[in-house]
Design a protein around this ligand. Structure first.
Ligand code: ASP
Length: 341
């Protein structure tokens, strides 16, 4: 099965320089050597051989901390350009820096809901040329997943687990199992043989999406002691949307004089306010406490169990489709690609 690998940058293909790690490894040579090895006889988990894999390196290769919505779109456009029906690759693997890997995975999931080919993103904590690196295991895992015939849509392979792309979040800056999907079980776990779990529902899709463009979205953490004046200052001038990262199930210091008024005035002025949680594992329920209910009364909506990455990229996606204000707030709750329960 033909798999096309798209290399975007990130630690996986970096080499040392006097300025720190920068892209520059011989990825093609490394990939050929990696795949040119005997397979376990009869195993369905061997993945493709060197002749089945082609490679595109994007220009420029970036540290994913420099990624923007234009970078997400570059990946999406590259996949679409190659995914010609009948003749093109059957699956895609995207090699990406880990820092914003979960953002790109979620962004791609909204824009590629109609793509019949699986897209699996991965990266690594150590460059491919370093002894003991996790690069080989992650790339092999991503290739096996992509050619398994058992996964569709956009997923993320890291540290022995395959996760839904729009459910994943980076949980460790160093661990080899540095990603998790706190709201949903993994899609698969590596082993002999691999273990597969039921995939979450695919969502309602989004036909013919317009390309991603940079949008004015503020992500803001509430803290004990925050004042209305500070919140107002942080939201001046008003952005198109705010992700308000509140406590627990979506609670805010509603007793703070004027704080919910700031939210209400923002909503009335056409800014969508979406309440998320600071908890790693969370499901926002705004009516559960009075401290959350005040946000609903101010016109905010809850993020359900979306990760920050899924929520932020979804808002940028919806703004790029032309939605604003109440229309945007309504659409945030719609399940586009399996990102929300
Ligand atoms: N800074 C790197 C990046 O995201 C980190 C990594 O790839 O692990 O591009």
């Amino acid at each position: 099965m033909h798999v096309h690998v798209i290399y975007t940058g990130g630690t996986i293909g970096m080499v040392d320089s006097p300025r720190g790690l920068v892209p520059g490894a011989d990825l093609e040579g490394w990939l050929t050597r990696l795949l040119d090895r005997p397979r376990t006889p009869g195993a369905s988990q061997g993945g493709p051989g060197p002749d089945d894999v082609t490679l595109t390196s994007l220009d420029p290769l970036i540290d994913s901390s420099n990624a923007t919505p234009a970078s997400w779109q570059q990946v999406i456009d590259t996949v679409r350009a190659l995914a010609a029906p009948g003749t093109g690759p059957a699956a895609f693997v995207v090699l990406h820096g880990t820092d914003t890997l979960a953002y790109t995975a979620a962004a791609a999931s909204y824009a590629l809901t109609d793509l019949p080919h699986p897209v699996v993103l991965t990266g690594s904590q150590l460059p491919l040329g370093v002894l003991g690196s996790d690069a080989a295991g992650n790339v092999t895992g991503a290739l096996v997943a992509a050619t398994s015939g058992r996964v569709g849509g956009v997923s993320l392979f890291f540290g022995h687990r395959l996760l839904a792309g729009n459910r994943a979040t980076k949980t460790s800056s160093w661990a080899y199992d540095g990603f998790d999907s706190p709201a949903t079980p993994p899609l698969a776990r590596v082993g002999a043989p691999w273990r597969w779990y039921p995939a979450p529902p695919a969502g309602t899709g989004w036909p013919d999406p317009r390309p991603y463009a940079r949008q004015d979205v503020v992500v803001l953490d509430l803290v004990p002691g925050i004042t209305a004046r500070r919140l107002e200052a942080l939201l001046t001038p008003l952005p198109d949307a705010v992700v308000l990262r509140a406590f627990g199930v979506g609670n805010a210091p509603g007793a703070e004089p004027g704080l919910t008024r700031v939210v209400k005035e923002a909503v009335e002025a056409g800014t969508a306010v979406v309440v998320a949680s600071q908890c790693h594992e969370a499901r926002v329920r705004l009516g559960h406490y009075e401290t959350g209910e005040v946000l609903t009364r101010a016109g905010a909506v809850g993020a359900g169990d979306m990760t920050l990455e899924a929520l932020y990229t979804k808002i940028v996606f919806l703004l790029s489709q032309g939605l604003r204000g109440a229309g945007l707030s309504d659409a945030v709750g719609r399940d586009i690609a399996g990102e929300v329960t």
